[in-house]
Design a protein around this ligand. Structure first.
Ligand SMILES: [Zn+2]
Length: 142
């Protein structure tokens, strides 16, 4: 009974959003669970605490997260733009565009720790896939 419960395959999107290891979708990628503890919020576990997957498969692996982070920031900005357009509206005869720019800037700054962590989680999930045999340890990285 318990074995069935532990053998379910966790949802990909939820595991990425929760910053879980993409191989087992159970272990935490980050040593610090609070994204707003600014001194240590990007400190990752070197290996997944559940399956042993290396969280940095090669040196410089996370340079590509800049592209993911950029895409997330654009998507968030488009979302706030549409929300502002629907809720408040834009006009050339007032400062509504300036107010949206200010609000969007604040939202981006406040969300930055979450976006940075999510970018790494998405980037790692591009290259490491779910492994139904995740209990079998992988050889450690060289
Ligand atoms: Zn894992």
């Amino acid at each position: 009974m318990c074995a069935e419960k532990h053998d379910h395959k966790p949802n990909l999107v939820l595991s990425v959003l929760q910053n879980k290891c993409p191989r087992c979708r159970r272990g935490k990628l980050y040593a610090e669970s609070n994204p707003y503890r600014l001194g240590s919020f990007m400190k990752m576990n070197e290996y997944c605490p559940v399956c042993g997957q290396a969280t940095e498969p090669e040196t410089g692996f996370y340079f590509g997260t800049g592209y993911v982070s950029y895409a997330l920031a654009v998507a968030l900005s488009v979302s706030t733009f549409v929300a502002w357009w629907v809720l408040a509206g834009f006009s050339l005869y007032d400062n509504s565009l300036i107010w949206w720019l200010g609000l969007n800037s604040v939202v981006l700054v406040v969300m930055q720790p979450l976006l940075m962590r999510l970018s790494r989680s998405i980037w790692l999930a591009f290259f490491v896939y779910y492994d139904s045999d995740w209990r079998t340890p992988r050889p450690a990285k060289a």
